[in-house]
Ligand binder design. Sequence first.
Ligand SMILES: Nc1ncnc2c1ncn2[C@@H]1O[C@H](COP(=O)(O)OP(=O)(O)OP(=O)(O)O)[C@@H](O)[C@H]1O
Length: 853
Amino acid sequence: MEEEASGGARGSADPPAASSPVVPARKTPPPPRGFSRARGSARRAMEEGARGGGRGRADTRAASSPVVPARKTARVSDARNFTTPSRAADHEGCCAVAEAEASAVEGQVKDRSRSCQFVNELDEKSKVLKLENQNLRQESLEYKNCVLDATEKSKTIQQYVHKYETLECESKKLKEKFNQESKQRKNLHNKLTDLKGNIRVFFRCRPLTAEEIAEGALTAIDFESAKDGELIVKGHVSSEKVFKFDAVFSPEDDQEMVFEKTAPFATSVLDGFNVSIFAYGQTGTGKTFTMEGIEGTRGVNYRILEELFRIIKEREGMFLYEVTASALEAYNEKIHDLLLSGSQPGATTKRLEIRQSAEGVHHVPGLVEVRVTNMNEAWEVLQTGSKARVVGSTNANEHSSRSHCIHCVMVKGENLIHGECTNSKLWLIDLAGSERVAKTDVQGERLQEALFINKSLSALGDVISALAKKTRHIPFRNSKLTHLLQDSLSGDSKTLMFVQISPNENDVGETLCSLNFASRVRGIELGQARKQVDVGELSRYKLMDGRAKQDIRNKDAQIKNMEETIQSLEAQNKAKDLLTMNLQEKIKELESELLFEKKRARQHVDSKIARDHLQKQHSLNGEKENNPEAGQLPKMAKARRVSLCNGMNQASRSTLLVPLPRRNSLMPLPAAKNAATVLQLPQTAKARRVSLCNGGAYPPPRTPLIPLPRWNSLMPLPAAKNAAAVLPPLDNITEHLSSPPLYSPPAVSIDKGSRSKRINSILRQSLQTKVIIRPSLAAQAGRKASVIATTQGTDGVRKAQRVPVSGGTWQRVQQNRDKELGWNNATSLYSRLHVLRPRDKSADRSLFGTRFI
Ligand SMILES: Nc1ncnc2c1ncn2[C@@H]1O[C@H](COP(=O)(O)OP(=O)(O)OP(=O)(O)O)[C@@H](O)[C@H]1O
């Protein structure tokens, strides 16, 4: 930009360069419009001058130059004065040119001034841009520095991230280690507790009161010789008695020392165990002092709460705890909520009952539970309850507790690392003191209270005795107190009992009673304390378990049903298989029977034909003997076989044996002389078989013969004498043949009448059925070598012929049909008769016999 600006400046300061039209456009700015116009007008003026009389070369040069110096113009004007009239025009032209040039110069000047202005503006802009450039450079440097910083920072961050990851990893390892150690500590703690016993008994003796000292009372306990928890009670009558407890606190031991050995129970509570701490002893022996303490010397209740919240704080981040507190009293065998009664001591409140939950935990439904988040809140709740407790003045104690005061601190814990939830309770119980009514000399209400107190403490003694003896029944429900302490005494929790005694020698009887009771309590062997995993979670798991079990039961039932179904289906299949087998066997049996019957029928027919043949031969022989003229007929009959096969080969002749109908009863046989040319039907029964081959030249083709319709039984036989004359015309015969059904079986005889008709009809129906339903039978039957075929003879008479199976299609069909009508008649008849009388086979056979006789 600087170069351009300087170029512009140079252009404006160098007129020749500016006037030169060949100055490169790059170096000079574009000429202003006025300048162009000036050049155009100059050119036009020159042209006009040329038109006016021609112009000199110099003028032309001058005109060609856009910038003409003033000096030159004056010379031209001087010359005008000394030129000829022709030059006047030149002069005028020159003037015009000069004017044009002047105007051009003027325009150029204007343009230059504009250019200068433009250049100035550009300079200013350039300066601004320079400044901007500098700023940008600076910013760029700053950015570069920033980027460097960012890179360094990102590197640092990455290092930090890496460090953080490493730390996190270490933290995880430490957490795991902590968990393990915590678990180990817990186990050790529990082991220690177990070794010490789930019920521990601490002995505490209060100091002699001022009154007692004043009375000169002596101390019955020998603390000097007490070593390792052993305690010697000085007997004022008999020998000394030694008791052993888990801890012995002399009158000189302060609250802090007592709590030192109590503090581990706080850890147990937060670890998820139920803990019960209670104080037992004669009235005025310091139970309330031990449990609650007095201003400045706080007792176990205060200190254990302190310890609880201290540990909760210590475990922050790893465990989450929720603490609630409640307070109640068992007064005259009634349970009252001490938080409901508020600040009105002894005020009648709603009576509560003890219930057992589904999980087996004893609780008091409807008890007010106050959520507390710190020590002060918790202590306030406990104090509220303590203040509401029934307290009365007796001879033994100015502020004697007339009820059993029970504080309950419930702790819900969640391990944030592995998510285990616990739900534990800390019972802090200040029992009412036992008292000898005669000694305390209480009256009225106090007496009643004392009776209830003694009764409940007696019930507690019974429970302790039963637990010590491990009897099956523990009388927990004999009093509200024992009922409420059932969970604490039955082994689910860790229990600590303070046995409080008076050092006064005068109270040694009560002291011994208390110490004996405490010894029994200490002797109780309870099972290992159970960790109280969150019952809600437990119940959820139980519910899931129940559902899963129910699902399994349902599935089992479904599987059982399916198995039963499968079994029944298998049984059905087996039954069907059995039925099928039986049916197949039956079919086989029937088929074999059928074959047998077929054979029998065939044999029967053959034998019958043979018999008929013999009979007829005999009768013919007899006739021949009686009538010699008639002897010609048997001769003709003998010519039953007429060979029509002259000239045929042997094979074809052997197959062309066609049985002819028994026409002997219908027409006379022609003479056998020309048997080779004309087929002569035999007149007698012997003529039933007609050989178309040379008779006797070849053996007969087959022995089994298919029965032919017994035409003789349908039509009257003509007289044998003049058979030719008696024979009816052929047309009549055709009528006879065609009138009955083609395949209707012949009637047995006219005499048998209705029976034969019935059989006929059965056979007919059977045939029709067979033809329609089982055409394949015909095909099966067609496998026989030859069948009977009914053909139309050349003479128009229907003839039954034996034709070869290898004949034409029509012949085969006909053969099959005939076969079916022949041999299968027996089958169908048998079947039908079998249907009619299935078991009377003899009758069937007789019918069969009848049919073919
Ligand atoms: N260890 C002790 N040190 C100092 N004073 C004590 C100690 N034990 C008890 N006392 C005092 O003895 C008196 C009676 O104590 P406390 O009321 O606690 O007895 P108690 O067993 O609760 O009686 P009760 O059964 O009638 O309620 C109180 O004035 C108390 O301060």
